[in-house]
Design a protein around this ligand. Structure first.
Ligand code: UDP
Length: 236
C-alpha cells in the first residue's frame, strides 16, 4: 500500500501514517534558493540532510529541547509527531550575513551580540517577508505568550548549537527554525536543521560549508556538506 502524501515542500514530502498524530517525513534530493528561483537536484542530498537533522536534533534533545521527532526510519525518512506548523521562519543570527547585509548594509561577519532573533512569514507568494512582533499580533497564528516561548527556545537552541559547533572549530553564523503546535497546544521544534538551513563558516574564515556554496555557485554542494559531516564525525 502506498502512503498518502499530505504535503510536498521544496525539500521534503510529508506522508500520512496509520496513526492520526504521526507523519512520515521524507527528504528529497532537491535544492532551491532565492525563494525557488534557483532549483537543482543533487544525488545524495536527502540522505545527507537527514543525517545532519538526526545529529542536531539528538544534540538538542539531550539539551532539553522538545522536538517533533519520534524515530528515524531509514536513510531518507523519519517519523514525527503531526503538528500544525506555525507559519513563521524563525532566524537566529550570531554574525551578519545574507539578507541582513543586503537589507541593512551591515558588514558581512559583523558580530550580533546579543544574538538577533527575527521572524519571517512563511509565505512563498509574498516572498517570505520579514515581520516585527507587532505584525504577528494581528495574525491569528501564535499569541504573545507562545511567541515568547518560541523566542526563548530559539535562543536556547542557538546557545547549544553555537557552543557545540565552536568546539568543532566551526562558526555558527545564522540559522532558520520552524516550530509546530501539537494537538495539546504545546509548541515544539519541527522541520529540519541541516546545512540547508544554517550558515556554517570554518572558524576564523568566511569559508562556507552550507547552502551558500549553492546560492553563490562556489562549488559542489553535497561535497561541502560531506566535508562538514566528516568534521562533525557524522557517518554517511
Ligand atoms: N534560511 C532558510 N530558509 C529560508 C530562508 C533562510 O533555511 O527560506 C536560513 C538560511 O540558510 C540562513 C538563515 O536562514 O542560514 C538566514 O537567511 P537569510 O535571511 O540571510 O536569507 P538568505 O539570504 O540566505 O535567503
Amino acid at each position: 500500500m502506498t502512503a498518502t502524501l499530505l504535503y510536498e515542500g521544496k525539500a521534503k514530502r510529508v506522508f500520512e501514517t496509520d496513526k492520526n498524530d504521526e507523519v512520515i517525513i521524507s527528504f528529497k534530493d532537491d535544492a532551491t534558493a532565492f525563494n525557488g528561483l534557483k532549483k537543482d537536484s543533487f544525488t545524495d542530498k536527502g540522505r545527507v540532510n537527514l543525517a545532519f537533522t538526526k545529529y542536531f536534533f539528538n544534540l538538542l534533545e539531550s539539551g532539553g529541547i522538545k522536538t517533533h521527532i519520534i524515530s528515524f526510519i531509514d536513510e531518507i525518512s523519519l517519523k514525527a509527531k503531526k503538528v500544525s506548523i506555525v507559519p513563521l521562519e524563525v532566524v537566529v543570527r550570531n554574525l551578519a550575513a545574507g539578507s541582513l547585509c543586503k537589507r541593512l548594509g551591515f558588514e558581512k561577519g559583523m558580530v550580533m551580540e546579543p544574538p538577533l532573533c527575527e521572524y519571517y512569514l512563511k509565505n512563498d507568494a509574498l516572498n517570505d517577508p520579514i515581520l516585527c512582533k507587532e505584525h504577528i499580533k494581528y495574525m491569528n497564528t501564535v499569541n504573545e505568550q507562545e511567541l515568547a516561548c518560541i523566542e526563548e527556545q530559539a535562543l536556547k537552541i542557538n546557545e547549544i548549537l553555537r557552543a557545540h559547533m565552536d568546539s568543532k572549530n566551526i562558526t555558527l553564523v545564522d540559522f532558520k527554525l520552524e516550530f509546530g503546535k501539537t494537538s495539546t497546544g504545546e509548541i515544539i521544534l519541527a522541520d529540519e536543521i541541516s546545512p540547508d538551513t544554517c550558515r556554517f563558516w570554518k572558524k576564523g574564515t568566511m569559508e562556507s560549508l552550507d547552502k551558500d556554496v549553492y546560492r553563490e555557485g562556489k562549488g559542489d554542494l553535497v561535497d561541502s556538506y560531506k566535508v562538514l559531516a566528516d568534521i562533525l564525525g557524522i557517518k554517511l
